[in-house]
Ligand binder design. Sequence first.
Ligand code: ATP
Ligand code: MG
Length: 567
Amino acid sequence: MNEDNLKEKEELKPSISFIEQFIAEDIKDGKNGGTIVTRFPPEPNGYLHIGHAKAICLDFGMAKKYGGKCNLRFDDTNPVKEDVEYVDSIKEDIHWLGFDWDNREYYASDYFGKLYNFAVELIKRGLAYIDDQSAEIISNQKGTPNQPGTVSPYRDRQVKESLDLFERMNKGEFEEGSRTLRAKVDMTSPNMDMRDPIIYRIIKSPHHRTGNKWNVYPMYDFAHGQSDYFEGITHSLCTLEFEVHRPLYDWFVEQLKTSDYRPRQIEFNRLNLTYTMMSKRKLLELVQEGNVKGWDDPRMPTLCGLRRRGYTPESIKRFVDLIGYTKVEAINDVSLLEHAVREDLNMKSPRVFGVLNPLKVIIQNYPEGQVENVELINNPEDENMGKRHVPFSKEVYIEQDDFMETPPNKFFRLAPGMEVRLKGAYIIKCEGFKKNPSTGIIEEVYCTYDKETRSGGSGSERKVKGTLHWVSAAHAADAEVRLYDRLFNHEDPSGQKDDDYRKFLNPDSLKILTGCKVEPSLLTAKPLEKFQFQRLGYFCVDSDSTESKLVFNRTVSLKDTWAKVNK
Ligand code: ATP
Ligand code: MG
């Protein structure tokens, strides 16, 4: 993504989204007393990912902007897949993004009683019935969009009988899968969801909050709109795949409502990213099969993974803002996300020196034992971030690829007879090197320095074309650095025919460098602290880091504006 593309993108984007236009209009018209109440409804069956962030920013963001409220509601209607571990992580991640639900932490399971009573009410009104057929048969009877479905033989069963069976289903008298409760809507509707959808099924696993209290559980479609209604939600914002569910959502609310109030469902496009997989089920497989080291592996698109990788909440919100909300499914370029984090970290992160692949340079005419503290600016983008002192001495490390024995044209780094500036310190000239005769590896480089050229000193104006970062060998701290590449080497790893994303796993997605050398100021850095390693990229202290072993993650590389090598 280049800057021009970006600008174009920003200009094309309407100043407010279509959703915000609806909300602003409703408020202006005094609908719902001129208030807005939204909800974020995660299912606690996995960790939140960047796609969820898009929904969170909208749900919480709109409520905040228009002086309303956003509830957090766990959509815990399936006891088989849900767990408190996920509940806790979801709360942590929403807070990290900078949003809060005050005391409005709700659970769909809080409404199981009300939902059950509503289901009973529907049976009594002749709008629901118990079907003794299996879900598979019911599905086969559904017909096709152009062909009406086949009416179930149980559709006209007596109300009394359905009531009795529903009660006994909930008492646990029947096996899972043996019976369901269906809404009696319309078997000829062109909308398949309206063809007598199943609204309750028997599940005998204990629920993480209600234990063994229930043996019947509502389906998502039966729980969601009604929960919205119970909570007084005004705008129920969800992703496009729920558009076809909207008539059913409205149908249930219509049966339930007792006044003019009704929640309004509005759909927007979900976030898809290139080289990224977003399904929670598949992310769980990655974790369980050991293809990543956990939900917070820095290669994961989860919010905890991105956090550990060094992403900031601001960069994620900025990204969400850049892509906007539309009615068109799209796949966004992951490089736009990388752009957003670079832009944010550029402003916020102190510059430091870190050498990933060290090569020792010995400055032969520099006095033995002498140490000078050279002054360096912490962030040229923000002078409030001040300056720091970095020790310089006779032996320093530079990057291996900043030296070449026989350089090509325009290699403005170090090579025999060539001069470079060590940033913030002196101009040095390469006088020779030591090469391992059997491996061909360069082991040491010998230089002299021009003592008049210290940065800020009298001869500091003298210009050379290359400037290198460095770390004093005697003062350097050892570090491990983890470099990440895309987890998948296919643009759309989970959108392929056979659905086997595993074959697109990038075997080189993690590269661990040990023996890196970083400037001593980093010895006190704490997990999650972020830095720009000059000329290399943005790095973040990993949670594995300890005082005796520093560990950094590379968040994102830097567009290299210093090295003027024409490739
Ligand atoms: P997944 O497909 O990853 O399992 P989900 O939709 O089942 O996601 P939920 O926990 O039900 O996950 O999602 C909570 C909310 O987040 C829903 O309102 C859903 O629409 C929204 N959401 C989920 N994935 C995305 C996405 N990729 N982009 C935007 N919103 C999303
Ligand atoms: Mg869902």
